[in-house]
Design a protein around this ligand. Sequence first.
Ligand code: CP
Ligand code: NVA
Length: 304
Amino acid sequence: MTPKHFLKINDFTLDEFEYLFDRTHWIKNEFKQYRKYWPLTDRTLAMIFDKHSTRTRLSFEAGMCQLGGSAIYLSTRDTQLGRGESVEDAARVISRMVDIIMIRTFDHSIVERFANHSRVPVINGLTDEYHPCQIIGDIFTFIEHHGSIKGKTVAWIGDSNNVCNTWLQAAEVFDFNVHVSTPPGYEVEPERAGLYGTNHYEEFSCPHDAVKNADLVTTDVWTSMGFEDETEIRKNAFADFCVDAEMMAYAKPEALFMHCLPAHRGEEVTNEVLEGKQSVVWDEAENRLHVQKALMEYLLLGKI
Ligand code: CP
Ligand code: NVA
């Protein structure tokens, strides 16, 4: 039987996300009450990292331990993957030894090739194109603060990167709108973003126009991992795309601010906004843990 993977947001239906968020809520609450929940005893997660991470590694590793299982960290540098073993062979071998696999890598085709040769579920822990675990954590956080995201407006300011692409895909699944404002030359590429012709986003050249009446304002670093050679060029190109208090004032007064982190204070966001009353970035980071526990439970046990 082909295992169920989570490589892109639209691998799951709205119904599955509703279930996942119900489970997240329950799992989070049990954990906060110090009640043990060990449905994954004896199960093992392998985490393969080709790029740096703080939140993703920690939330998956802690999450698996909290569910009664264990997690193994593999860096491509230390494994045979870094010495030319094919992704397909690695997938066949690793998936015979563990029960679930998370990968953070460069091109999205790598996780697809890995998943196609894996006997067990594969989770995308970030690729150059997508970061689905981030956006399910973000949407869960939005719902906790403001209820359903359906029909709401999310303003994305800055680079049309992996996190932006995933917001755009999520808008199609959850039926909300994204207002995107990027500098010229950094606009959304619909095909790379994996969009399928529905119209849930609008592009604005002026970031203030994009933020107007938004329910959520969000941004990310100007230079993502893998694009470091462009750092200086990007600093100039993105100079007018810093989310500051003046920009936040165009959004609804109750609008939230989110950032997947790590943040570069003074570049894509000011210290004032990141630390301000509308910022929910720490809840957002924590919720990665809870939502990914529900994700692993669902991928391994189905609806329980
Ligand atoms: N937001 C996020 O994925 O953070 P890390 O790069 O620290 O994992
Ligand atoms: N867009 C960023 C996200 C980091 C969590 C990157 O890919 O580096």
